[in-house]
Design a protein around this ligand. Structure first.
Ligand SMILES: [Fe+2]
Length: 325
C-alpha cells in the first residue's frame, strides 16, 4: 500500500503511525486519529483507553487506511514503538527480503515525508539516518536483486519518493562498484535521501509546474544544490562526501552542469554516482507531463546525449547491474 504522500499537510503536530506496523496486543495507550478521506481533517479514531482489536486492524486494512496519527505530545513513545516494530520487521527471516523491503519502503516514505514537510533540518537528518540504516540492511542482501529493487519501488512524482529511490540505487551501485566500505553504505544512503534537500527552499509552484519552465524559473530551480549546501554546510553531522552529493549532483563531467560547471574529477565520486541514478530514476518514474519509460527505453535515452556528462564507468556499471538477468 503506498503511503499517503500529503500526510503532513493537514497533520502538523501529529506523528504518522503506519497501520502495517500495528499489532493489537501492543499498541501504545495514546489517542489515535484517522484522516477523513474527503476533507483531509483528522478525527479521533480510538481513544487511548480503548483496546485495539484484530477486527479493527482488518477493517483499516480493507478500507486501505495506511496511516493513523497520534498527537506530538506522545511522539517519543510512538517513535520508540515504530522503531522497535521496524527493527523487528527488517530482521524477520520468516518474511522474504522482497516483502520486508516493500513494507519498509511504504513506512519510511511516510516518516520522511513528515520530516521534510515540517521543514526541520534536524528532524530530516535524524529520520534520514534512521531510515538509511534500516534500508541498507535489506539492500545488502543478495537475495534482493537490483531488478527486484526497481520493480518494488514507487514511481510516482513525489519529492520524497524520488529521493528515497535515488538513495536505494546509490547504495546498490556503490556496493557493486566497491566504491566505499560496507560500513559507509549508510552514509551513501543518507546522501541520497538528502540530495534534493535544497528544493525545500524553492517554491512549490516552480517545482510542481507541469509545463516547461521559463528560463527565469529554471534559474530559480537550479539554485537548489546551492540552497542545500548552505542549509547543511555548517553541520557537524554531515560528511564531505554527503555534502558534495547535495552540492554537485547536477554537475556534469563535461562541465555543462550546474551550479558551477565543475569538470571530471572535480566532481566528487559520490556526486557522480548520484548523477547517474538521478537521471535514471527520473526517466523510470512518472512525471506530470509524461508516463514513466520502460527500463530498456530509459537506457536507450541515456545512451544518447544524456549520458555525455555522466561518469561513463559508473553509468556502464549501473546499466549492467539493472539489465543482467
Ligand atoms: Fe536535484
Amino acid at each position: 500500500m503506498a503511503p499517503d504522500s500529503s500526510i503532513a499537510i493537514d497533520c502538523l503536530g501529529y506523528t504518522p503511525i503506519p497501520v502495517a506496523l500495528l499489532s493489537c496486543d501492543e499498541v501504545p495507550m495514546v489517542d489515535l486519529y484517522r484522516r477523513e478521506a474527503d476533507t483531509g481533517r483528522l478525527r479521533l479514531y480510538r481513544a487511548a483507553n480503548v483496546p485495539m482489536l484484530p477486527e479493527d486492524l482488518e477493517r483499516l486494512e480493507k478500507s486501505k487506511v495506511g496511516w493513523l496519527y497520534s498527537p506530538n505530545v506522545d511522539q517519543g513513545e510512538m517513535q520508540l514503538y515504530i522503531r522497535r516494530k521496524l527493527d523487528m520487521l527488517v530482521r524477520d527471516n520468516n518474511i522474504s527480503v522482497r516483502d520486508r523491503f516493500r513494507k519498509l519502503n511504504d513506512v519510511v516514505e511516510g516518516i520522511l515525508s513528515s520530516a521534510f514537510e515540517m521543514d526541520d533540518t534536524d528532524e530530516v537528518m535524524r529520520s534520514s539516518a534512521y531510515v538509511a540504516s534500516m534500508a541498507v540492511r535489506l539492500l545488502c542482501q543478495d537475495e534482493l536483486t537490483a531488478g527486484d529493487l526497481i520493480s518494488l519501488l514507487h514511481h510516482d512524482f513525489q519529492a520524497v519518493t524520488h529521493s528515497l529511490n535515488v538513495a536505494y540505487m546509490m547504495v546498490r551501485l556503490a556496493r557493486e562498484m566497491r566504491m566505499v566500505a560496507d560500513d559507509e553504505l549508510t552514509s551513501v544512503a543518507v546522501a541520497g535521501i538528502l540530495h534534493d534537500i535544497g528544493k525545500l527552499s524553492v517554491s512549490e509552484r516552480i517545482l510542481n509546474k507541469s509545463q516547461r519552465l521559463q528560463r527565469r524559473e529554471e534559474r530559480v530551480a537550479q539554485k537548489h544544490p546551492a540552497h542545500g549546501f548552505r542549509r547543511l554546510c555548517e553541520r557537524t553531522d554531515i560528511s564531505f562526501g554527503q555534502l558534495m552529493v547535495v552540492y554537485q549532483h547536477h554537475e556534469r563531467t563535461s562541465g555543462k552542469g550546474y551550479p558551477v560547471g565543475a569538470v571530471g574529477d572535480e566532481i566528487h565520486p559520490w556526486a557522480r554516482l548520484c548523477s547517474v541514478v538521478n537521471v535514471f530514476e527520473s526517466l523510470v518514474s512518472n512525471r506530470p507531463y509524461r508516463r514513466r519509460y520502460p527500463l530498456t527505453e530509459a537506457f536507450q535515452i541515456m545512451d544518447g546525449p544524456l549520458s555525455k556528462g555522466l561518469d561513463q564507468e559508473i553509468y556502464r556499471c549501473w546499466k549492467h547491474l539493472i539489465l543482467k538477468k
